[in-house]
Write a protein that binds this ligand. Sequence first.
Ligand SMILES: Cc1cc2nc3c(=O)[nH]c(=O)nc-3n(C[C@H](O)[C@H](O)[C@H](O)COP(=O)(O)O)c2cc1C
Length: 161
Amino acid sequence: MPERLLIDHCSPTLAGLKTGNMFPVNVGPGQDICDELRQLNRLLREKGIRVVMLRRNGKKALVYLYRPDYLDRDLRCPAMGDEVLEESEFDPMFTDVEPALAGKKIALFGSYGWGDGQWMRDWEDRCREAGAELAADSVIANEAPGDEETELCKGLGAALA
Ligand SMILES: Cc1cc2nc3c(=O)[nH]c(=O)nc-3n(C[C@H](O)[C@H](O)[C@H](O)COP(=O)(O)O)c2cc1C
């Protein structure tokens, strides 16, 4: 894959300013894009970057270059304070995207410690009030997600795809 393509599309992620960049790649005849991505991953792994193919449609592939630790930071949502969304990073990010939720299909997941999931019920209400459609039952994990929650989260992805 031409280096230029990565520079043009992924500079913000490579520079650590963004979580990820998605970009289309034209796959030439005989080009082994999976092998190219494997090689790229070998180079980029130690810099905290990963690259995956999200979709392939004949000669076009959709590639996502991302920072797994940033993605974890962006998507994790523990119950905090007193049954509220984590306040320092997650809630401000969510408040930013809230106006764009109207009419969108979404799915929620998060973790909790000692409560009974009230933070999730409130979060679901907030999403519905913003006009979002919840495509599947939310997934909550007590502390870190186990195998069961991981499988349920795959179900959320399938409901959205
Ligand atoms: C400051 C603070 C407040 C918390 N408040 C709640 C709470 O109100 N209800 C609850 O069930 N868990 C609460 N927890 C527990 C966290 O939700 C739980 O430890 C977390 O989901 C673990 O996920 P993490 O490892 O991704 O942070 C709180 C944790 C901290 C540190």
